[in-house]
Structures are given as structure tokens and as C-alpha cells.
Ligand binder design. Sequence first.
Ligand code: GLU
Ligand code: MG
Length: 443
Amino acid sequence: MQHYTRDDIVRIVNEEDIEFIRLQFTDIFGQLKNVAVTRSQIEKVVNNQIMIDGSSIEGFTRIHESDQYLRPDLDSFVILPWLPKKRRTARLICDVYNPDGTPFVGDPRYVLKRVLKRAEDMGYSFNVGPEAEFFLFEIDEKGHPTTNTADEASYFDMAPIDHGGDVRREICLILEEMGFEIEASHHEVAAGQHEIDFKYAEALRAADNIVTFKMVVKSIAQMRGLHATFMPKPVYGINGSGMHTNMSLFKDGRNIFHDPNGERGLSKEAYSFIAGLLEHVRGMTAITNPLVNSYKRLVPGYEAPCYLAWSASNRSALIRIPASRGQSTRVELRCPDPACNPYLAIAACLAAGLDGIERGLVPPAEITENIFAMTEDERHAHGIHSLPGTLRDAIKCLKADPLIIETLGEHVYNSYVSGKKREWDDYRTRVTDWELEKYMVVY
Ligand code: GLU
Ligand code: MG
């Protein structure tokens, strides 16, 4: 990754004909926001003097304390390659600060930074590799997205059955120009569904990469006359989109999840991290799976997890340990979906894993059978619990987990829960097509 000083940024902006600088941050629900300033403001940008009014940002501040300052993370500087090549546009990802110079507690990036500091105090750095899946849909005559796709391809299919290959190629090339290392891209199981995997990074950068990735995928799809969505379950009856999250802890440059002498080549810390995730996953599901719609993905039969278990291989488990060992040893959490706020989701995962390590927790036995094929009684006999089944249940579980509440901090927790409750209430009072189909004629 590039490291930049203030002088570097000012020089590049002038040398590279950059006219617009987008100053980006996310609200607590993970929406990427930005204010664009012109080159004339660059000194103010690098001196942290750009002010925003946070009162209209979801979960930010109240009216009487709305002034906030953007502090750009200079190393996040990148030119947006798909925008015009003259009078170009660059972006900087920013931290949000109060006028008194303290970090704003409602900034999701700050939530993640706080947990990362805890990890650092324990001597750890945290690496995250996300696999964000998405759909490409057609747009109708009025320019609105549909759920139609001309594509009938499935897992790993290629053109001409795969209609998304060209768009994926273009997205990969743009991401590479922006400094991403693309590891793989392919058609996913469902028609119109795709995956592009980029290299893992240190957690803060990984979260930045996820918001950037989503922005690029959506922008390039739009230029191609398509709509890209990271909605977790856009179509009933076929696979939804997950964001499997691969995680590892490093100490002094060494992956501490690997222990050649440990069972399955895993260390005691790796097992405790898994146990911590299992202990807190119900409490953090409202964060990793934030939408009413998220819970329509977490049902049996579509490669998405619903039960609390881990396995070294079994894809029906919530936590999987991919086969690679050594520096690539990692724990894969399969419940998160790409609609989550990645800063908050990664913060919750790390806090849960560290709690497991600090308390020396030990996970239950590995489940090697297909959990989806088990009856409820068999699951009970194995002590396998379920993820929350709705956003409402997930909010309840969050309220019952002090560690996740503390990780979010009071401000984010309160704003998040009240926003999600409103979302649930709005949903539960709607009359759906399903109800009309089922009840209208019969009753
Ligand atoms: N789309 C599946 C999910 O919802 C995952 C498929 C896969 O294993 O990549 O999690
Ligand atoms: Mg996948």
C-alpha cells in the first residue's frame, strides 16, 4: 500500500490534473457518503479543515451539535479511474472529528479503530479477507432496476452462458488500477450472481476496501446499463449473496492461528477465537446481517448458514476452516452479508474473537455431518443452536450481549437499534404479495 504525506497529496493533485476530491465516510448503516471539493480547497483538505453538517447523516448528531470535521486518511488517496480522464476525480476516506479535536463516537471507522487498538495492546494485528457476492440485474425502460437477468449461468460457468463476464472483467481491471490485488472472479451459483475476491488486508484497510469495492461494482454496472445489488436475497428460491469473512491474527509477522503441532494444525488461540465467535455471533447478527431481507438468506438449502457450528471443511457450518495452513491459516465466518456496515461487522467479529482468547474459551466439538440434513431433535442432541431468524430476533440478541454493545459504544448502539426497530416496524405492518396470494381468496 502507498504511504502519502500531505505534501505528496497536494503535489499529486496538481500534477495529475485532479479537479475534484471526494471526501468519503460511512454512516452507521454502512452507506458511503461524500462531499466533493475542488482542487482550490486541497490545503484545507490535508489540514483537516473541511467541515460537514452531520445532522442529516443517519446516526450522526443532533441539530445543536452538528458541525464536524473530516480528517482524511492520506494513505487512502486514489484516483477514480472510470471517471473522465481530464480534470480528474480522486477520493480520500476520512475519519470524522468533533470541533474540539476528539474523534466522533458515531463514526463507524472509529468503532473499528477502538477494537483494533485493543488487539494491538495484546500484540496482535488483524487481517480480513471478504468474499462479497452480488447480482447484476437488468434495468427497465424507466431506468428502474428489475430482478431480470438474461444470464442463466451457474457456479463457475463461462461465456456465452455467463452474461456477466465482460462486466466482471472491467470491474477487475478498474480495481487493479486502484491498487486492489484481484485473486479470483467467477460466476456464482444463482443466475445473475457473481463474486470477485480480492486479497486480504489489515482490518481497517479491508473495511475501506469493501466500501470501495461496492462503489466500483455499482458504478461500472451502471455504466454498462445494469444494476448491481448487494441486497442479501433479491430473489426467492435461489441462492442469496453472502460476504464470507476470512480472519486471522498475526503477532510479530507470524500467523498465530497456525500451530503445526496443534490439532488440525490450529493453535489454541485459533480455537478460542472460534469459541468467542460462536459465543457472540447471535449478539452480532444484527450487525453482520442488518436488513429485514438478510434473514431470508439465512435459511436452509442455499449454502447460507443458519446453525451455530464450526467445521474444518463442512460448508453447512457457520464457521469453516479453509484447508490452507502456515501464514494463510484462517477462520471463515459465513453468516455476514454484503449489506452490513463492514467497519462495525469487522469490529464485532474481532471483539468476539479476542474475548474468546482472553477468556481461554474452548469451542464445542467439530460438526462434520451436513447440519441441514439433521432433524431438529438431532441438532438439539448435538447442542447446535440457531442464528436469529428475523431482524427483530437479532435486535433482541444484540440487546442481550454486553460485549457487542460495548464494542459499538453507546452512541452507535442506540442509533443503530432505534433505526433497525423502525425498519422492522415498517416491514411488519406492510401487507405483502404472499399474504394476498394466501389469504385473499380463501378467507
Ligand atoms: N451464496 C452463498 C451464501 O449465501 C455462498 C456460496 C458460496 O459458498 O460461495 O452464503
Ligand atoms: Mg461465493
